[in-house]
Write a protein that binds this ligand. Structure first.
Ligand code: ASP
Length: 321
């Protein structure tokens, strides 16, 4: 039976997601671990796709896909998030829809199982866009999101990464170098049959971060952006450079002002603009015609996608995948 979402007489739908970028090489992953990553990426993609294929909204699809990845300890978001310098967790997330450009973001969250759902609640509430720290926790009291104890997020692997980073006195991006090579920030973008795009990104940030450091992930326009006129974007990489390059909005702006295609705009930002700022990482993006783009300037990026327009789908990790 033909998947209705693959038929040419229905509007295009598409989903793309990432589980972080960085020093991700074949020799660093056992066959078993590689298989676990591929399975988790496919599961998240399929969760988002099944909602889209049933006529669901892109916003629901990106939240559903992001929750699967947040709940998987392989990735640096929700369960399995990296440790801060004082041995805790401060989680950041953002979600945005492209029709009215409504957005919600949270930073420094410590007790919410799925930070992306708290960001979604901020979006739905509409009073504010970005809540941080104790204020975000107080807001969480007033909405229906699952809370967990502080020790719920940590894993032994993450704790070892903290100790290794502290031994080097460094603040380490999840996939950077030898210290930490296996985990990552997560993001999902989608286009639904109504022509709406959406983006969601969630992270624990950088191992051993301190002073309330917040990266690009929850910053609308830097790590996360969605606009029906152009595209939806979710980033992963060293957040400081992604903030200075305003990466996600820059992709949309190039499409809007220069008339560039999605592929051209994303490649320019990831391969030309970011390297000038010594920025390393990647992004996933979808446009309203149902095309996806997943460029990165690192060794690898955990990623998956599916589109009805070009009938493409895949799960990939390495640069030559
Ligand atoms: N962009 C994230 C941050 O800087 C890190 C990552 O993508 O893994 O917080």
């Amino acid at each position: 039976m033909t998947d209705p979402a693959s038929s040419t007489d229905v509007p295009p739908i598409a989903v793309a997601l990432h589980g972080g970028s960085g020093t991700i090489c074949r020799e660093m992953l056992s066959a078993e671990l590689e298989q676990s990553y591929r399975q988790a990426l496919a599961e998240a993609r399929d969760a988002a796709w099944s909602l889209l294929a049933a006529g669901g909204a892109a916003l629901d699809a990106v939240e559903a896909g992001a929750k699967v990845l947040e709940d998987c300890p392989l990735f640096n978001a929700g369960l399995g998030a990296v440790f801060t310098s004082d041995g805790g967790h401060e989680l950041d997330a953002a979600i945005m829809e492209g029709r009215e450009r409504k957005a919600g973001a949270v930073a420094g969250v410590k007790s919410v199982k799925n930070p992306i759902s708290l960001a979604r609640a901020v979006l739905a509430d509409e009073r504010y866009v970005f809540l941080a720290g104790p204020g975000a926790e107080a807001f969480a009291e007033s909405v229906a999101v699952e809370r967990v104890a502080a020790d719920w997020f940590g894993t032994p692997e993450r704790f070892a990464q903290l100790r290794a980073a502290q031994a080097n006195d460094g603040m380490v991006m999840d996939h950077d170098g030898k210290v930490s090579t296996k985990y990552g920030t997560i993001g999902v973008v989608a286009l639904d049959e109504h022509g709406d795009v959406a983006a969601a990104t969630s992270t624990g940030g950088l191992t051993n971060k301190k002073f309330g450091r917040i990266g690009d992930t929850p910053l609308i326009g830097a790590g996360t952006y969605a606009d029906n006129r152009t595209c939806a974007v979710s980033c992963t990489g060293y957040g400081e450079e992604f903030m200075r390059a305003v990466v996600a909005h820059d992709v949309a702006a190039r499409m809007e002002y220069l008339g560039e295609t999605l592929e051209r705009a994303t490649r320019h930002v990831v391969w030309q603009k970011l390297p000038k700022l010594r920025g390393s990482g990647g992004l996933i993006a979808v446009d309203r015609t149902g095309r996806v783009s997943l460029p990165f300037n690192t060794d690898g990026m955990y990623r998956a996608w599916r589109t009805s327009r070009d009938k493409t789908e895949g799960v990939a990790i390495f640069g030559d995948d």
